[in-house]
Design a binder for this molecule. Sequence first.
Ligand code: FES
Ligand code: FES
Length: 182
Amino acid sequence: MDTPIAETALDLVPPGVERVPVTFEINGKTQQFKVEAWTTLLDLLREHCHLSGTKKGCDHGQCGACTAIVNGQRINTCLALAAVRDGAAITTIEGLADGDTLHPVQQAFIDHDAFQCGYCTPGQICSAVAMLDEGHVKTADDIREQMSGNLCRCGAYTNIVAAILDAADLSDQRSPTPGARP
Ligand code: FES
Ligand code: FES
């Protein structure tokens, strides 16, 4: 059953500003909201849905920390207006696991220690999941190229690529990751 319409959590809008009704399927659950016209999908996820796994890094489309999967495509949610994306199906990092079973990309990131601080990690994983679904990745170089929109300040790129190769079952393309589980 659909959840009731939720008002904004940050009620800083001047009187008289109209909100836009929008409906999304978020991690398999249909939800309705009323948002300001300038509300981004990132702020909708974090402030309205309290799905804080999707991170705000630059808020300018430059780092990929805010990546989520929208209608099957990975996008920077900081650049997408909620009102424009009305009706979309959204998958965030919170929606990837199947109960207690992690998504293979999530598990591979753990197995390969593919993070340090972890701030970029939800965006990296969502981007990798959608990238693999796109079906164009054959080599480590493909991954480096197609993941180039997801920056990691900690420089965990070597292990990130190894994890994705593993999850994509392209492990013959990778160098062993130090400390990786067999
Ligand atoms: S927070 Fe969206 S790209 Fe950096
Ligand atoms: S693990 Fe720290 S930014 Fe990527």
